[in-house]
Design a protein around this ligand. Sequence first.
Ligand code: VJV
Ligand code: CA
Ligand code: ZN
Length: 400
Amino acid sequence: QQGIEKPKGYRVSWHHNPLVERYHFGQLHPMKVWRLTLTKSLIMGYNMHHAMDVYSPPAATKEEIAAFHKEDYVEFLSVATPKNIAEMYPELAQPTGYSSAVYGVGDDCPIFDGLFEYCAYYSGASVDAARKLVNQQSDVALNWTGGLHHAKKGEASGFCYINDIVLAILELLTHHPRVLYIDIDVHHGDGVEQAFWSTDRVFCVSFHKYDKEVFFPGTGPLDSTGPIHPDNPGRNHTINVPLNDGITDQDYAYLFDYVIGAVTRHYDPTAIVLQCGADSLGHDRLGCFNLNIKGHGHCVQFCVDYCTKFKKPLLVLGGGGYTPRNVARAWAHETSVCIGAADLVDPTLPEHMPNREAFRREGMTLFPNLGGWRTQNLNTKADLDKIIRSVTEQLKYVRG
Ligand code: VJV
Ligand code: CA
Ligand code: ZN
């Protein structure tokens, strides 16, 4: 469905610095920068860039990054290279494996050539996107290269080094009293949650696979809703939706619509930031859900409709996603949702575009069946209802 009709002058901006595509985490590392190239191919193959303002933003500066991150950590990232890291920190090269003692670097977060430039490019795009929203030069701003939600103030974590989401939200907070952060990556958005744990000016909602001690990062149970202390303004301003393997489009949409519907009514955000990690799709290399492209895109449609209806800015970011061709399908479809053209795109992939062959595995369609029960749905009706009850109870304490 097309969603709500876009008002005259509705502007969508796409923030993408192509230089991010040049970096590599390593041959066997699941994070493939190639997915960003594929995403761009599809978006442009469908000619969707003509319906957006396209920006190639500059790299974020150290000063911009230091708005959230510790200076010594930023300095470390900017000087570390694969060559000098072993000399500076011999303990990292121990045969027992990479220790995470030094700023979180290790197997998940390797030091690769040009690491800091890579971080500065994806972060610069999120900061630029947030600024365009704040200046009202854009209504919906997209950065598919961002959304790196695990990075902490002074530590890399889970393939994330600089938390571009936190930087973008800090930018929005200069003009917006209340920002709603929504995270549909299969992993818990712990870095963003932690950064805004003690404030009521950001409301964090993450949907994720939760299995303490088994599934990364192991945080985000249902009862983790903000600080316990009654005087802390952040109290009740976090919602975690822990899920089991195999959740379907239908169950996910049921929870998303209920939770985000209720949060928007109670909290009345003035801006929304949506992290669209595509590892919640079926057939993801690291994920375990059964979502299809349209099931994932439903969440984007919901936010676009809400933001259009109430004239609120929306920042749409990427995130995880480890089956590159499906990541590209999802983010291309979600771009079409943002420009209000979801019904206009031909599900058969464009004849003329770079890297078209990369999509052959599932057939040349934008909407392959990804829900094919690789893992069955282990979320029961009772599980879903427990979440609904908990959220309903919690929100009684939010504005109202
Ligand atoms: O589960 C973990 C941590 C370990 C220690 C490190 N080893 C490599 C893996 C287990 C406990 N880390 C997760 C991190 C997931 C990050 C998700 C990021 C996002 O999508 O939320 C946002 C962008 C994890 N799962 C799978 C792997 N790491 C993994 C890492 C590798 C790898 C294979 C799997 C790193 C290098 C290589 N293979 C060669
Ligand atoms: Ca999540
Ligand atoms: Zn993830």
